[in-house]
Each structure stands twice: as C-alpha cells, then as structure tokens.
Write a new protein. Structure first.
Lengths: 351, 188, 524
C-alpha cells in the first residue's frame, strides 16, 4: 500500500517537474525577438524606492528616461509600460506596484483610452505573463482576456506556448532559467533616427467620446492614487502618429479640470521640450529616440520636481550607488547601439 | 390500440414542435457517428467559407479604374496596379513584426497591414469628391443618397452610418446632412 | 461538454474523487447526478427529450413485463386448458405487449423523426414539387441518436423476455444518460452495462491505471493527429474548384485518418473513463483498417451500431411473417437460386438504408448507406468466384495477399466514406472523377500542400503519429495492449503514461492558433 503511494507520488513529482521544465523551454524568452516582452517582469528588479511611476503603452517606455530624471533632478522613477497596454491593465499595474512600493507621483499616458475592449491576445501576453501572481494579476487577466483566451492558459503558459515546439531556437535553451536585462528602469533605448517627412492626414472618427469603461478605469486610477496620497498626472506623450484628436484632448482636459489633476499634452509644448521630429524619433514620429526621450524627461522633470513629496534624492549613499550602476548600464548600451549604428547603419539589437 | 398510436404520434409531434431554434451545427456533432467532431467542424467551416466567398463575390469594395480593392486582399499586387503614390507612411507595430503602411493617392488613401508575413488591405479612406464608391456615393453626397444606395437607414440623430458585409465595414460620417468622410475598414 | 476541454478534465477529476470517497452504495447515484450535469452543459432544455425517452422506455418495459407476468401466471393457473386456447390467449397477450412496445417506439422514433428529418423531407418536397415550405431548423439534442437507440434496445430486449425490466426509474435514467457514452456511444445492451453500472466499486489501481492510460491515448489520437488534420480537410473541401485531382486523393486519405483518430480517440476516452470508474463498456472498434474485405470492416468499425442494426432490424425483418411469405413467393416465381436471395437482399437494403439515414438527414448519407450495401452484396456474390480463383492460384494465405486486400479495402472504404466530407452527392462523384481527369500530381512537390492549414512540421507530427498508431494497432492485433503491459515492469507503466501526457501537452493541436474556421477566412 505504502509502496504504491510512494510510486504514485514520485510519478506525479516527475510529471509536474518535467511539465514545468518543458514550460520553461517553450515560453518565449524575448531575447532577440519581441524584446519588449521582458518589460513586464523586469519591474520587479527595479521595485522599491521609486518616487515616480509611469504607466501606459509604448509611448511611455520609449519616451522617458528615468536615468536622465535622476541625473538632472535626482528623481527616482520607474516605468511600467508595455506594448499596447490597455487602461485596465494600467490600473492593475498600479495596484500591483503598490504591493511593492508607494510612489509619490503616478504618470498615466492617456493615449490608450482609445481602446475600450480587449484587443489582441499577443499583446495581452506581453503585458500579463510577466506580472507576478496575485489577486491583482488574476483580475487583470480576467479584465483583459479576448474571447479566444482561457484563464487556465495564464496559470499554465505551456498550454498557450506549446505550439512553439517547432520554433525553438538556441535562445530557448540558453535562457531556460535566466534572461538579459533590456530596460533602464523600464525605459527602452533606441539611438537611431528616422525623421518625420510627410505625416498622413488624420482620419476622421465617427465618434470621439470615450466609452464608459475608459472613464470607469480612469476613475479607479484616480481613486487609487487619492487613497494612497499619490499625485496623479495625466499626459499625452510626444508622438505624431497615430493622430491625437482635439476631441480626445478636450475630454481629458475637462476631466483633469473637474478632478483637479495636472494634464500635460507634450504635443502642445514643443517649444519648451525642444523636441525636433527630424532628429528625435527613430520611426518617423511614432516614438522618440534617446535624444527625444531625454529632452522629454528634462522638460517633464521640471514639473515633477514641484510635486508634493518629490525631492532630489542624490546624496543618499545607497541610492547613489544603485543609480550609478544603472547609469553605467545605460551608458554601455548607448555605446553599443551607437557602434551598431556606425558599423551597420542600423540598430538591430538593443543590447 | 389505434387511438393510442394516434395519441402517441400527436404527443411526439407536440414535443418536437417545441424544439424551435436556429440552426446550430454544434449540437449535431456526435449524433452522426461518421460525421463526428472533425467533419462537424468541417461542415461549420465550409459554411463559413461559402459565406466568406459570397461576401467576397458581392461584397463591399472600393474600385479605382480597373483595380478592385477588397478588405484583407493581398496588397502588393493592388498597390502595384494603382501606380505611383504621392507619399507613404510606415508605422511599425508595437513589439511585433508587422508594418502598417498608408499609401496616399490623389483623392484617397489605401491602408495595409501585415498578416502572416504578407501585406493585406486593412482600409481605404476617401478624401475628396474626385473619387466615389462603386455605388456612386462621394464626399458631399446627401445622407438620403447613401441610404438609397445601400438600402440602410442611419439611426435617429446619429452622425454616421456603417454598412457591413462580410469582412468589410463601410463607414459614412455626416456633417450637416452631407457626407464628410468615407472609410472602408476591415471588420475586427 | 467536449471531452477534450479543461472543463471536462476538471469535472472528471471531481467526479472520480467523490466516486471513491462516498459510500459505494451511492456510486451509481453520483454517476446519475454527474451524467445529468454533464448533459445539461449542452443546454438544460435538452434534458426534456432525454426525460421523455427515459420515462417512456422505463414505463413501457415495466408494463410489458407486467403483461408477460400476467400471461405466465394465467398459464400456470390454467394448466388444464387446450392448446388452441392457450395459443389464443398467448396471442392476445403478445398483441398487448407488442402494442406497448410499438407505442414506445413510435413516441421516441417519432420525436427523432420530426426533429431530425423534417427539414430533409421539406427540402425534397420543395425541390420536387416546387412548394415553398419553410424549414424548421430544429436543433438536434446532443447524442439523441445514440442514447435513444440504446434505450429502445432495452425495451425490445424486455419484450423479447431476454431479461427482466429495471424497476428503478433512476437506474433506467442512468443507463440512458451515462455520460461517457452519451455523446457518441458505444451503444450498450442493458444486461451488459448494468452489471458494472450499478455494482459497488472498490478502487482498483490497476483498472484505474489502464483506464487512465486509455483516456490519455484517446487524447493523443484526437489532439495530436485528428485535430491537426482537420483544418487541411476543411480547406480541401471548402473550395472544390481549387483542389481537384491529387487533392481529392489526399482528402480521402486524410479523412480516413482524421475520422479514425477522432472517433476511436473519443471512444478510447469513453471506455477509459468507464474503466476508471470500474465499469466495463463494450468495444466499438477493432482496428478496422486491418480488414481484408468490407464484411470484415463492418465487423470491426462501429461494432455496437452494426450489432444493434443486426439484432433489432435485420433479424426481425428476416424472420418476420411477411418476409417468410415473400421468401416463399420469390422461390416459387424466380426459382431457388434467385428466390433465396430476395429476402437477404431486401433485409440488407433496409438495414443499410436505415444505417444511412441514422447517420444524418441528407442524401449523401443515404447514398453512402446504399453504396456500402452494394459493395457488400456484390462481394458476397463474388465470394465463390474468389474462392475458385484462390484455390487455383493458391496465394491467398500469403502476407503479400493480405497486404493487397487490406490496401484495397482501406481505399475502397475511403472512397465511399468521402461522401461524408463533400456532402453533395453529384459533387462527390465529380471530385472523385477529377482524380482521373485532372490528377494534378505536381501539387505534391511544389509546396501546395503546405498552404492548406498545416505546416511541414505539422505533417511530420501527423506522420509520426500515424506510425505510432499503426505500431500500437499492429501489436494489439496479435495481443491486447493490456496483456502485453501486464508482463512489463511497473516502471514501464508509469513511463508510458508520462510520455503520452507530455506528447499530448506539447504536440496537441489545441489552443490559440489551431482554429480550422480561422484559417478559412484567411483565404479570402
């Protein structure tokens, strides 16, 4: 009797272990493909003692440099941006962050409010898979799932990624239990330039009003910040495309006014930011490159430093050392990318 | 005995009469032994396929000269056939391999996206009255003309009308009783 | 609830725990609750149809038994009566019992006929007479063709006094609704199934293991092989203009594999689950693709359906009064040789017609049934000729000849079966014709086959899967897999289960990206 029980237990242990190993093998590593997939998980390496939290989509992880904010103002910040992060995902990112730290300021890029329903399974996975398990992650999954998705495939990603068996590369073995750092407290660096030449005409929308669910989650973000004594700042990051409609801008301005929030539309402050779309973007206006991101940060830092609770944190030995390491990683990546640019004319690899 | 038989038949007919509903190939699966799940899927899909085919055949599309532009059609040949464009704008997808491109032509724009490594049409935007839809609607047409051409009425007080057929959504935006924008979009 | 779904796995796990934890007396009641829950998943309102079948078959069986009981009692009491009187009395009682039986059959088959065949009849009327009857689009309750036939078999058996009626309606309910069987059979006999179904079951780890192994094997067949081929078959069938010739040949082959893997995989899960519950269920397939002729094929494919039609349609017709009359008349009119064939032919045609329409309310199923019938009768007629041939040339017992026969039977049955896929009868004949008129062999090498919904990797997986399937079947043909495993060390048992589970999880065609319908839309 006992023999059988032991046998079955050993069998189950081996089964679970081998499935877990297979899962590690089959999940995408995001090292040379879809690199932004590591962003969601990378936060936890930078968690703690960040006075500013940025949440939002790619406009947030491309257009702000926490390193620059530290160097110019001694402001500690972290960016929890992911590709096509939807507003409910931003809210849950905020809730998740609060399990680790309480920032003084939260910055939310309002561009993602144009989406009012789950969009794309692939982007969902980029945002959600990297989150650590908690009731927050569970709620985020339920709010984000498209019709074809199943909750259990988030619990056991092998059920989603098993089909990668014929797409496995050396990376999948090399990074079985490790990964390679990509971001700088959530900022994804690009040093190359692709200037804006001709922008397409904006396409008129049938309806510009944001849906109820957008307002519901914006309210949730607002209330969450209020509850924790956090200052919420709404922004529209500097990006020429896709088009930011005046009708959307007006609704945000009205909301900000009604709720006594600061709203910064970077597109309206081009003179102050100094952003030049012929030199400061790497994809003809969708996202800023390093130069643009730093200009953006220098400008925004002026606003941030006056927010309640924000101080110049330089001088603290531990923080100085910690951020010095980050600066070194930043500079080395910059050099590496500049070298690629010089040698090949393009930046093909982030790191 | 005859009475019983009649009663039985009526009972069964009565009961069966309650089984009203729309055709659902899903529940038939499993009853036909040979036509098990595999072919039920194929039945459902062949229905979807013929639907798609029909939609494609008499669907909504934009036409410029000889070139027919349908949603999700392979884009490369269409763009080549349309001749030289005034400008293009390339917008790479966030994170994934994929490129959305906008081709600007006199009077209209063609939008493409990448699907399974190939370029496909995702939209057409009409910009001025030098172009019109195959049904004869153009920027400046009256709302009634649109409703007549497509056989659908706009909702009370709505500023737009969407005509949906197959995988194409044709959007008309009105301003002061007149068409101000015409857009073909790939239905999500 | 589909077998290959997360819900079913959860449902099964919970059920199994309760089954072996609760007192054994209530195990069958738990199964009843579970079965009704399982069925309710497909739509609670369909339980009403099942309830009608359960109540009518329960009631009819009990009533019939009472009639026979009364008959027996009366005969016992009236020992001294004349033979004629006894005969007359018995005839009267038989009429009564038969009436109850017929009533029960009419109600149930009537419901089935109306739901399943109304649209078919109306369509044909509209087509022939130009009428414009509106189609009713009735929804077919899940498994109705299976569970109804299973229950009707029970009533007929009670009428034939094979075994006593079940007095507990809840037990009849379980027999009808037993969840592993309700979707696609096997069609069980009450005396066989009830032995295990209502018994008390102690947990037997060996039975549990073999049941579980069989379930995982079924998942392997369904998910790794069948579901991987499904999109390809859908593509080939949807656009018949684009895929003639060699594509049709491929479709025949793929469908043969896909249907086999899907159907037998489902049956494996059925029998495996039942075995995990300690309940033996009749086998439904016996490696039918090893058949050397069509008669053997139909003894190995969908066995319980074949035996049901044989026992409840073929035999009753063959031995019925009017068939004997016909037989006598035809022997008189046509002579012995032809005459004796008439009853056999009639019965066979009726059975195959019934088998055809049982599968579905469409002409392709009827034609399918008739083709099977034709081939069967022809091969029966040719049998003496074949024998002469083989006696003369004497290679009938060689492995080579066996191979030829198996090959021939596989393709012949595949050819007939393709009616299932192309559905439209004239279209099917036309497509088969293109195999000879426009073979289009180039498609095999120019990469066209990789545009059908499966990549090269997918085809390799299917290929390996077929090899595994073939090997296991060939082994089982000589000696049952269970018996083979019995002699192997325990480690092998665990290793086999372990590897199968891993193969299903990694190589199964499930989840995002494996949707046959999606692929079709991509073509336009």
């Amino acid at each position: 009797m006992l023999k059988k029980f032991i046998r079955v237990t050993v069998f189950l242990v081996i089964l679970v272990a081998s499935l877990w190993l297979l899962q590690r093998l089959l999940v995408p590593k995001y090292i040379h493909e879809n690199e932004e997939g590591v962003l969601s998980a990378e936060y936890y390496d930078n968690a703690g003692d960040n006075d500013v939290l940025f949440i939002g989509d790619c406009e947030v992880y491309s257009n702000f440099s926490p390193i620059k904010l530290w160097q110019e103002y001694g402001i500690t910040s972290v960016i929890r941006g992911t590709p096509q992060q939807l507003i409910w995902q931003s809210y849950y990112m905020l809730e998740d962050t609060l399990r680790y730290e309480t920032p003084k300021v939260v910055v939310y890029n309002v561009f993602s409010m144009r989406y009012d329903k789950p969009q794309n399974e692939a982007y969902n996975r980029l945002t959600l898979d990297g989150m650590r398990w908690s009731s927050v992650k569970s709620d985020a999954i339920k709010a984000s799932m498209t019709e074809e998705e199943s909750y259990i495939s988030y619990l056991f990603p092998i059920l989603r990624f098993h089909s990668r068996w014929n797409e496995l590369t050396g990376d999948d073995l090399k990074y079985l239990f490790s990964t390679e750092k990509l971001s700088h407290n959530g900022y994804v660096m690009r040093v190359d330039t692709k200037p804006v030449e001709v922008l397409p005409e904006p396409i008129p929308q049938a309806d510009y009003t944001y849906s109820d669910i957008d307002w519901e989650y914006l309210d949730k973000i607002r209330d969450c910040c209020k509850e924790h004594g956090i200052t919420l700042i709404l922004i529209k990051s500097a990006s020429c495309y896709p088009h930011w409609y005046d009708e959307w801008d007006q609704q945000i301005r009205d909301y900000a006014e009604k709720n006594d929030l600061t709203y910064v539309n970077f597109l309206q402050h081009q003179d102050e930011t100094g952003i030049d779309y012929t030199t400061d973007t790497y994809d003809a206006g969708l996202h800023l490159n390093l130069s643009g991101a730093e200009k953006s940060s220098v400008y925004f830092g002026k606003i941030l430093k006056d927010q309640p609770g924000i101080t110049d944190r330089r001088g603290d030995a531990e923080l100085d050392a910690k951020w010095q390491e980050k600066i070194e990683f930043y500079d080395s990546m910059k050099k590496s990318q500049e070298k690629q640019l010089e040698e090949t004319g393009a930046v093909t690899s982030f790191r | 005995m005859k009475k019983l038989k009649v009663l039985a038949l009526t009972l069964s007919l009565l009961l069966a009469a309650t089984a009203c509903g729309s055709k659902d190939s899903g529940t038939e699966s499993g009853t036909a032994a040979q036509a098990s799940a595999g072919t039920e899927a194929s039945k459902g899909s062949t229905e979807a396929a013929t639907e798609a085919k029909e939609a494609a055949a008499d669907g909504l599309y934009f036409q410029k000269g000889d070139v027919k532009i349908q949603m999700d059609a392979p884009a490369d040949d269409i763009i080549k056939a349309l001749g030289s464009y005034q400008s293009t704008y390339e917008a790479p997808s966030c994170a994934f391999d994929g490129m959305d491109v906008i081709y600007t032509y006199p009077g209209y724009e063609v939008l493409t996206y990448t699907k399974d490594g190939k370029n496909a049409i995702s939209g057409v935007v009409l910009r001025d009255d030098t172009v019109s839809t195959p049904e004869g609607v153009f920027i400046g047409s009256k709302t009634e003309d649109v409703e007549k051409a497509y056989g659908t009425k706009a909702e009370e007080g709505a500023n737009n009308l969407v005509v949906k057929k197959g995988n194409c959504e044709l959007l008309f935006i009105f301003k002061d009783g007149v068409v101000s924008s015409i857009q073909y979009n790939l239905a999500q | 609830m589909s077998f290959v779904s997360y819900q079913f796995i959860l449902f099964l796990a919970v059920l199994l725990v309760l089954y072996y934890v609760l007192p054994r007396k209530v195990q069958w009641m738990l199964l009843l609750a579970g079965s009704l829950t399982f069925y309710a998943f497909s739509g609670p309102k369909y339980l009403i149809y099942m309830a009608v079948t359960i109540l009518t078959t329960y009631g009819a069986a009990v009533w019939i038994e009472k009639i026979w009981g009364a008959q027996d009692a009366w005969v016992k009491e009236h020992k001294g009566i004349s033979r004629e009187e006894k005969k007359a009395y018995k005839a009267g009682m038989t009429r009564k019992a038969k009436a109850v039986l017929v009533l029960c059959l009419l109600v149930n088959l009537g419901i089935l006929a109306v739901i399943k065949y109304t649209d078919f009849i109306l369509e044909n009327l509209n087509g022939i007479f130009g009428t414009e009857f509106q189609l009713r689009h009735f929804i077919l309750p899940l498994g109705i063709s299976f569970y109804m036939f299973q229950s009707l078999g029970y009533v007929i058996d009670v009428y034939r006094r094979k075994y006593p009626a079940e007095r507990n309606p809840a037990k009849v309910a379980l027999f009808t609704s037993f969840f592993p069987q309700v979707i696609q059979g096997p069609i069980s006999r009450f005396d066989d199934l009830s032995k295990g179904l209502f018994a008390e079951h102690k947990f037997d780890s060996k039975e549990f293991y073999y049941g579980l192994l069989r379930v995982v094997w079924g998942f392997f067949k369904k998910l790794v092989i069948a579901d991987r081929l499904a999109p390809v078959i859908v593509t080939l069938t949807a656009d018949t203009d684009k895929y003639p010739g060699v594509y049709v040949l491929a479709n025949i082959f793929f469908y043969a594999i896909q249907l086999y893997a899907d159907f037998t995989g489902g049956i494996d899960i059925t029998i495996g689950v039942a075995r995990m519950l300690g309940i033996p269920v009749a086998e439904n397939f016996q490696r039918p693709y090893f058949s050397k002729n069509i008669a053997e094929y139909w003894r190995r494919w969908h066995i319980t359906m074949g035996t049901w039609f044989k026992d409840y349609i073929f035999y009753p017709i063959s031995v019925s009064g009017w068939m004997l009359k016909i037989s006598k008349k035809s022997r008189e009119k046509l002579g012995q040789a032809l005459g004796k064939r008439v009853p056999v032919y009639i019965s066979t045609i009726v059975v195959w017609f019934a088998t055809g329409i049982w599968h579905g309310a469409a002409w392709n199923f009827i034609v399918w049934g008739m083709l099977n019938c034709l081939v069967l009768l022809v091969s029966q007629e040719l049998a003496p000729l074949y024998k002469k041939f083989h006696d003369k040339f004497g290679f009938s017992n060689t492995a080579f000849w066996d191979g030829v026969q198996i090959f021939r039977t596989f393709w012949l049955m595949g050819l007939i079966r393709i009616l299932d896929v192309y559905r439209d009868v004239p279209l099917t004949f036309r497509m088969v014709g293109t195999m000879f008129t426009t073979p289009n062999w180039g498609a095999v090498t120019d990469g066209s086959f990789l545009e059908l919904g499966a990549t090269l990797a997918d085809f390799i997986v299917v290929g390996v899967g077929i090899v595994i399937l073939f090997t296991v079947s060939a082994l089982a043909e000589r000696k049952a897999i269970d018996a083979r495993l019995e002699t192997k060390p325990v480690v092998v048992h665990y290793a086999l289960l372990w590897i199968l589970i891993l193969l299903v999880v990694v190589f199964g065609a499930y989840g995002i990206g494996f949707d046959a319908t999606q692929f079709i839309y991509n073509q336009f």
